[in-house]
Design a protein around this ligand. Structure first.
Ligand SMILES: [Fe+2]
Length: 391
């Protein structure tokens, strides 16, 4: 009888132990975005509704996770925890250029019968720690790998991005049109965006630039939810090492009389709003002091021959390009055209080169305070284009 009780007790402990380390209904993630010198944002989804938290440890994990000096940050809104399935936790007060380990966790909501005291299940958390390194505006270099215009082609996306070279970069950049117009759920949006990155998201931040196709279909607001930004808009700035990035959203580019584009002329108001915001953003010390200034925008500011029906493109060429010239932008990295092109300074009133990556190449960017180097590679791993800029 004693032996029987011992076996049952052992089995019970095994079940409890497994439950404690199971990633509690994790359906996607985690992924990290919105990184600064002192913060990062972790996101993930769960099948069941619950409250969430992130446990963070500075530096390399030496010894047991359980004995490490951890900082716990809960997902909160208005000062309180709240149950949901898309979890977003921003960890602040961190050191620049520092590697952190983190685990995600939470408690499943059991019921809300008493509005003053919800009932939650046991605390559970991810089975293993993930890692992320904060940005460092004093770092001597900046690097990223980028893809764009994947348009639901997850195999191509995966083939392009899954390389050792990507792993060595500071972050991954998605330069828009990762999806196409269509009917999505939040889960499918996340699948097309982050599925091909697979385990890369467990080490590298993902920074996002909205394409025109993210403005179509039924989830146009949710791309912003899976890639929250410092401005809560699709336009924002960030800095890594010597490079300050100005991220813009060209909005819709479609043929304006088409009702399928949901009122394209309204996008000019949106562009005007961005221009006003950008005027302040480029004056911020962290941007203005950067030795290298790069504008990231999915749609290149090269206008359109049919200016009557593509007025947003004309507007950008007329108003944004002079502004970017005056802001000292050194380079624009764009996408959208599906073929490579390089516009030299002066071609279209631009004082900066415009590099347009194709939809079948991975773009690798490396910069220091005096130069920028871009190389692109196809699915076969062969270099397809190169560009060097001395500053
Ligand atoms: Fe596009």
């Amino acid at each position: 009888m004693k032996r029987f009780i011992l076996v049952i007790a052992t089995l019970f402990l095994c079940v409890v132990s497994f439950a404690k380390t199971d990633p509690y209904d994790l359906t996607a993630g985690p992924w990290v975005t919105n990184v600064t010198d002192s913060s990062f944002t972790v996101l993930w989804t769960t099948a069941k509704t619950g409250i969430a938290f992130v446990d963070v440890v500075e530096g390399d994990l030496k010894g047991s996770w359980f004995k490490a000096d951890k900082k716990r940050v809960y997902q909160r809104l208005g000062g309180r925890y709240y149950p949901c399935t898309l979890h977003t936790v921003t960890v602040n007060h961190l050191k620049p250029g520092t590697r952190y380990r983190y685990r995600i966790g939470g408690k499943q909501l059991i019921d809300q019968i008493d509005p003053y005291e919800y009932t939650y299940g046991f605390e559970r958390y991810s089975a293993k720690p993930y890692e992320v390194t904060t940005f460092d505006s004093h770092a001597s270099t900046c690097s990223f790998s980028a893809v764009n215009d994947m348009h639901l082609m997850v195999e191509k996306y995966s083939n392009l991005i899954q390389t050792e070279s990507t792993l060595s970069k500071d972050f991954i950049l998605l330069n828009g049109d990762i999806i196409s117009a269509g009917d999505y759920s939040l889960d499918s949006l996340i699948y097309y965006n982050l599925g091909p990155l697979d385990k890369l998201t467990q080490k590298l931040p993902v920074m996002f630039v909205k394409g025109n196709h993210e403005g179509r279909g039924n989830v146009y607001e949710q791309a912003n939810q899976i890639y929250p930004t410092s401005t809560r808009e699709y336009y924002y700035t960030f800095r890594q090492g010597p490079v300050a990035f100005l991220v813009l959203d060209a909005g819709e580019t479609g043929y304006e009389p088409s009702i399928g584009f949901s009122g394209a002329p309204a996008y000019v108001d949106y562009l005007q709003e961005q221009l006003e915001w950008a005027g302040k953003a480029v004056s911020e010390p962290s941007f203005a002091s950067a030795p290298v200034k790069v504008c990231l925008i999915h749609v290149p500011m090269i206008g359109n021959a049919d200016s009557a029906n593509y007025s947003t493109l004309t507007w950008m060429a007329e108003y944004f390009v002079p502004f970017l010239n005056s802001a000292g932008i050194d380079l624009m990295v764009s996408a959208h055209k599906h073929v490579f092109s390089l516009r030299q300074p002066g071609e279209l009133g631009n004082n900066f080169p415009i590099f347009v990556n194709s939809n079948h190449d991975r773009l690798e960017f490396e910069a220091d305070a005096h130069s920028v180097h871009i190389r692109t590679y196809g699915e076969d791993g062969k270099e397809s284009h190169s560009f060097d800029l001395s500053l």
